[in-house]
Design a protein around this ligand. Structure first.
Ligand SMILES: Cc1cc2nc3c(=O)[nH]c(=O)nc-3n(C[C@H](O)[C@H](O)[C@H](O)COP(=O)(O)O)c2cc1C
Length: 390
């Protein structure tokens, strides 16, 4: 019997066992209504579970209405959001996937139109709660870009309220039935703003030295851990490097501090601190361009990592794991293109029971067709659905 590819070996994290190491990366879909998820989210996340994904992440869900990137972000700042999310977690888990949620706050990068309306900063917008103004808040009164409004610097008591809001949202995420929680500390959003001297010019306990700039992220993680059961894994997404000097050495130091406070996996992304890309515009980002950061953090901070960014091919994903560069691979846009990516990858890597993770209503028939000698390759690759070319 051939050895099962690492990509398709289960992974135990605390009390949660993932059926494989393929993760749907958190991706905003801008389909919520005043913070509420809709049937869209059930369909969207459900189809990745049905496609065989190991861990399906719900998009960045906000802990505070002021933290929404757009008016169409989902929220978890009040109890009434729990029941509709629970419907989703039950469905996703019912199809064999673990279900994760990313909690976020956009800080000075909040209040924009949705991408297909230009993703432009909105000078004003009514708050997502009746009667509220939508105020931009951040560590310091420094705008995210020339086009964005200047945020108001949070006071220390407000920072403490913000930490409490992360904890309360984590408690709700648990009650909604999520298996995994990820704190969004990347892409120039609120936690990253505190970490970066480009956005954090405070001279109190939350700014100044690297350790003081880390304090907000550390307190958020401690508070989240207080509300998130010890048997459930906690992930933290970083921008491992950014355009404003944020370095891999800073990230390794942060990862060590977070590991001691109960973070299990560092999800290694990059950038987002300014509208500039960290990738040279002359140079398109290459396949797996962020993987070296996941490898460095894993080796130097002694913590599990998730690699993300232009991971597209089955062999590429398997090699990342085989070479010890990461413990999980997250896939974003390629899964939007092909929600059955895990099925195709299993076939590509020669997994014997490739159809086993599909719902019986699909897997039974596809397996039967496969045994009858019809191709394992997607039909679009061939002149029809004849036997696979060897
Ligand atoms: C439509 C879209 C929405 C995204 N939303 C989020 C998000 O909510 N949280 C986050 O951390 N990253 C978000 N990202 C980044 C993805 O999670 C991922 O890191 C990125 O797309 C690179 O991976 P890929 O090349 O596999 O797409 C988003 C990306 C896309 C394309």
């Amino acid at each position: 019997m051939t050895r099962r590819p690492l990509l398709f070996q289960p992974l135990a994290l605390r009390g949660v066992t993932l059926r494989n190491r393929i993760v749907l990366s958190p991706m905003l879909t801008y389909a919520a209504e005043r913070g509420h998820v809709t049937d869209w989210h059930l369909m969207h996340l459900g189809k990745f579970a049905a496609g065989g994904t190991g861990l399906v992440f719900m998009e960045s869900t906000k802990v505070d209405p002021r933290g929404c990137t757009t008016p169409r972000d989902p929220g978890l700042w009040k109890d009434e959001f729990v029941a509709p999310l629970e419907r989703i977690t039950r469905f996703v888990r019912g199809h064999g996937a673990a279900v994760g949620i990313q909690l976020g706050h956009s800080g000075r990068k909040a209040r924009n139109s949705v991408p297909w309306e230009g993703r432009a900063p909105l000078a004003h917008h009514p708050g997502l709660e009746d009667g509220e103004e939508w105020e931009l808040v951040a560590p310091s009164a420094i705008a995210a870009s020339a086009a964005a409004s200047v945020p108001r610097a949070l006071t220390v008591p407000e920072i403490q309220d913000m930490v409490a809001a992360w904890g309360a949202a984590a408690g709700r995420a648990h009650r909604a039935g999520f298996d995994v929680l990820e704190v969004h500390g990347a892409h120039g959003y609120l936690l990253h703003q505190f970490l970066s001297p480009a956005a954090n010019r405070r001279d109190d306990a939350y700014g100044g030295s690297a350790e003081k700039r880390r304090r907000f992220a550390v307190e958020v993680v401690e508070e989240v851990r207080r509300h998130w059961p010890a048997k459930k894994p906690l992930f933290f997404r970083v921008s491992a490097v950014d355009e404003e000097g944020g370095s891999i050495a800073d990230t390794v130091a942060l990862a060590r501090a977070l590991r001691e406070r109960g973070v299990d996996v560092i999800d290694c992304s990059t950038g987002g601190m300014t509208p500039r890309s960290i990738v040279d515009p002359a140079d398109r980002p290459g396949y797996g361009y962020q993987v070296p950061h996941a490898a460095r953090v894993r080796a130097e901070a002694g913590i599990a990592t998730m690699a993300v960014g232009l991971i597209v091919h089955a062999d590429q994903a398997e090699a990342i794991l085989q070479e010890g560069k990461a413990d999980l691979v997250a896939i974003g846009r390629e899964m939007l293109h092909n929600p059955n990516w895990p099925l195709d990858a299993a076939q590509k890597l020669g997994v014997e029971d490739a159809f086993a993770d599909l719902p019986a209503a699909y897997g039974y028939w596809l397996e039967k067709r496969h045994r009858a000698g019809f191709g394992g390759r997607p039909s679009t690759w061939q002149a029809g659905i004849g036997p696979a070319a060897s």
